[in-house]
Design a protein around this ligand. Sequence first.
Ligand code: PEP
Ligand code: CO
Length: 481
Amino acid sequence: MTELAQPATSTSPDGEPSAREFRDLQPAARPTPPEAGPTPPGAGPTGQAEPAGQQPDWPDTARLGQVLAQLAALPPLVFAGECDLLKTRMAAVTRGEAFVLQGGDCAETFAGATADAVRGKLQTILQMAVVLTYGASVPIVKIGRLAGQFAKPRSRPTEVRDGVELPAYRGDAVNGFEFTAAARTPDPERLLRAYHCAAVTLNLCRAFTTGGYADLHQVHAWNQDFVRQSPSGQRYEGLAGEIERALSFMRACGADPEELRTVEFYSSHEALLLPYERALTRIDPVSGGSYDLSAHFLWIGERTRALDGAHVDFASTISNPIGVKIGPTATPDGLRQLIRKLSPDGDPGRLTLITRLGARHIRALLPPLIEAATTEGIPVAWVCDPMHGNTFEAPSGYKTRRLEDILDEVQGFFEVHRSLGTHPGGIHIEFTGDNVTECVGGSHAIIAEDLHQRYETACDPRLNRSQSLDLAFTVAESYRS
Ligand code: PEP
Ligand code: CO
């Protein structure tokens, strides 16, 4: 992440040092206080009132307007030049020259913005990335699903418990998880807390990834605590030993490259709360383009990817690299239209399609989608989210996923791309650095009866660190073959 910590050192395409990151960024639009009434602000930047799905009913719209004005005056969380650099990395993925590892919590919480929790997630990403880089011999683009993943789309707007109906939990940026009327009432102050928690988290990530912690010579040190004892942790230990010997060999030869000491790391989240995203969108005075500087990479969720919806409209106006989740209801024709709308210039690295079709359907549903995209002639990166199509309820009532299904969907993703000659560009997963019991299976087998032991997610079930390593080893093998 050298470029993130030292933006002034990044270079323009002709190799000259660029000061783009320090450009005087202007708010893209003065945030207008939303109209009174229960309808949330959803009008697109074009001024058209496209329907914005999945927005909370903010009761205090006057306060919401003030909060948005405050957010618009706060510094950006990332820089436009960093987003451009990620786009060049994603362009390499599009060309089949790199692989993306994107992951983190389903829903981050404010309470989770601690040094320990963030370090745990980074350790997981670093360990997985090492397994993939070494095992698959491919550069890994590392993108955290963190420092901003505080808002959730919901299948139902309300939740009923024992006959009591309250607004559904929509993520810490909107309301509280606790099942009380007070906690579940959307509170605009939370948008400011989300911004500050994102800033703290990103600051930690920048420090961990450039301050020596991500130095490849630390490859053993990331394998700490519970994971070291697990079968995948032991397998990792063997691999780390090989890497250490290779590093010693290089040092003995006089090679000690600087590239091994830091890691380039990017942030991402679902661009769900459009007023928040717009408040953090700034105009780049050099190119005149808009960048949503709440994160490097933003994606549109499965529930809000309607072609004429406000989310797609918003994403089409920003210059960041973006993604769209593609679920089983997507049609080849609809996909072609989405691609044209979101990447009209065909800029490589601009658009990533994150498929989440389910292990049982991917082999049948993915080929026509890839063929549709290919005939469109606009380059896209293909990333597999093997989580969201494989969720089910265990008899105990816990929402869970089987590692077996997750691995099978990834396997299907590789098979389909190999058969069509396209590039399986990466994985998008939900994990945590902790030893939770939310998904079943893995080399350190968790069974359905174990789920209650450490079920801590604020939303969907996540892989724990040992299961994440199991996944990384399997992906590395599939990629290599
Ligand atoms: C998510 O990524 O947590 C999510 C809600 O995914 P999807 O939009 O694919 O359902
Ligand atoms: Co999720």
